[in-house]
Every structure is written in structure tokens, then in C-alpha cells.
Design a protein around this ligand. Structure first.
Ligand SMILES: [Zn+2]
Length: 269
């Protein structure tokens, strides 16, 4: 039986996943018979979640294209500016509601995403199987620095996080998933991922220090952990961070409901 050999070329940051000698150039690769584009791309080290477009011999194809001898395969990540609308992206449409799940190593990022208003599941005891199951059952995008996790079959939407520092990771995820226009700061509890609800000052009595009750008039609470939040210096730092992420949103943020402008952890600092 003749061997199937295809030529592969990966573009932009997808090269980071390849063995060093294969980066930035076309190379031939022997494929198993009946191997699909997805099978070979992942065998070469690139999680399928990182791929946005595949061309075989110049035509856009899906992950299930069976490779034939002599095929030329070009693999692209998400495009920043280039308009590829006439071409077929490997995923038919983005998930309508942005919901995320962060793996056990991304606790700092998960908190920042909640701060920016994005529903993000996180538990440092999550096993990979749980993450896979939750991503599938709740249509969540998996955030991880573990490329093997992203190769799992039922994980259709994922994002390999390159940066190491949470604040840089936050910008990376917002850029990659086009979330800048959806930032809605101070909507979710940083600890529980549950909605924050505005409460009267009287309801905050006994749940916030007296000095805070004297100085502040606006409070929100999380109905899960029952913590109370108010505007404070901590809030100001968070606000600066969020504004720096989406400068064009700053005016809009100024106009959001007062509830959103109130945050301060009720934990003694
Ligand atoms: Zn909470």
C-alpha cells in the first residue's frame, strides 16, 4: 500500500507548538492511512482548539478531511485582521454566550475574568475529566496552559493561555476571544462566580465594619458567600486595571449602573 505523505505548513503562533525544526517552514510528514487533518495536526503537537482555518491544496476544509498523498496542508490560527470570510472556518460559529472554565493553575486569571464580568468556573481541585465534562455540558470555553487537555475530543472551544502573569493572561484571553466589547466590570463575585446584587445600607449593617458603613452608601452582596462589597481603595485598583484593558470602554464604564461601581472585599485587608 502506498504511503501517504502530506506537506504541512503552520502559521504564526501555531509554530510554538511544533518541534523546533518544523517551525516556520513547510515540511513533509508521513500520515497514517485514513488520517484526518485533525489527527495529524494534533499528532504534530497543535491542539485543535487553537486552529481557525485549514487549507488543503488551497481549499478550506474541516477537521475531518482525510489526507491523500501529496496534499499540501496550511494551518492557521485565529486571524487578527485578514478577512477570511469567503473561507470556511473549522468551527461553524462562536458560542453565543461566553462562558469559561479555567484549569487548576489559572486561579488568578479566573478571578480577573469574573471581575471583568465573565462567567468563569474555577476550582483548584478540578480534574481534567471534570473540566472536560463541564465544558461540554455547559458549553464553556476551556482556558489552560495544558495543550494535552485541549486535544480532548469533546472540547470544541478552548484557548491555550501563553502568558504567565494573570494580568497579562487576562489581556491575552480578552484579545483572543474578542471580549473587549463585552466587559461588564463588577457584576460577578470574585470568589463564587455568582451575580452581585445591590443592597440597602441597612442590610449591610453587621456585615461590614462600622467605619465603612459611615463612609460608604452603596453596597452589593453575593447571595452565595454572603460577602458584602463596597467601593474602596481595592476597588480603585481593580477599576484602573479594567480600564487599562479596554480604554475605549472607559466612558461606557463610567455610565454603568451604580451597582457596578461598588466593590470592596468585606474581608479585613
Ligand atoms: Zn460570593
Amino acid at each position: 500500500m502506498p504511503t501517504v505523505t502530506a506537506t504541512f505548513r503552520f502559521y504564526e503562533e501555531l509554530n510554538d507548538f511544533l518541534a523546533r525544526p518544523l517551525r516556520g517552514r513547510a515540511f513533509g510528514c508521513a500520515c497514517a492511512r485514513d488520517a484526518t487533518t485533525k489527527h495529524m495536526i494534533e499528532a504534530l503537537g497543535v491542539p485543535h482548539t487553537e486552529v481557525e482555518l485549514i487549507l488543503v491544496n488551497g481549499e478550506s476544509v474541516g477537521f475531518d478531511r482525510v489526507l491523500a498523498d501529496g496534499d499540501r496542508v496550511s494551518v492557521y490560527p485565529k486571524f487578527e485582521a485578514l478577512d477570511i470570510s469567503p473561507l470556511l472556518r473549522v468551527r461553524e460559529r462562536p458560542l453565543r454566550t461566553i462562558r469559561l472554565i479555567a484549569d487548576a493553575h489559572l486561579g488568578g486569571l479566573a478571578q480577573l475574568l469574573r471581575l471583568a464580568g465573565f462567567d468563569t468556573l474555577y476550582d483548584n481541585h478540578f480534574a481534567d475529566d471534570e473540566i472536560e465534562a463541564l465544558a461540554s455540558s455547559e458549553n464553556r470555553i476551556v482556558l489552560t496552559r495544558d495543550r494535552e487537555l485541549l486535544k480532548r475530543r469533546t472540547i470544541t472551544h478552548g484557548c491555550y493561555v501563553r502568558a504567565l502573569k494573570p494580568q497579562v493572561q487576562l489581556r491575552e484571553v480578552i484579545d483572543r476571544l474578542d471580549l473587549a466589547g463585552s466587559v461588564h466590570a463588577f457584576r460577578l463575585c470574585l470568589s463564587c462566580n455568582a451575580p452581585l446584587r445591590r443592597i440597602d445600607k441597612t442590610q449591610a449593617v453587621g456585615r461590614a465594619p462600622e467605619g465603612v458603613l459611615e463612609r460608604h452608601s452603596q453596597f452589593v452582596t453575593c447571595d452565595v458567600c454572603r460577602r458584602v462589597f463596597w467601593e474602596g481603595s481595592h476597588w480603585q485598583r481593580m477599576r484602573t486595571l479594567i480600564d487599562s484593558l479596554v480604554p475605549e470602554q472607559a466612558t461606557q464604564l463610567d455610565q454603568v449602573d451604580q451597582v457596578d461601581q461598588v466593590i470592596k472585599t468585606s474581608k479585613p485587608s
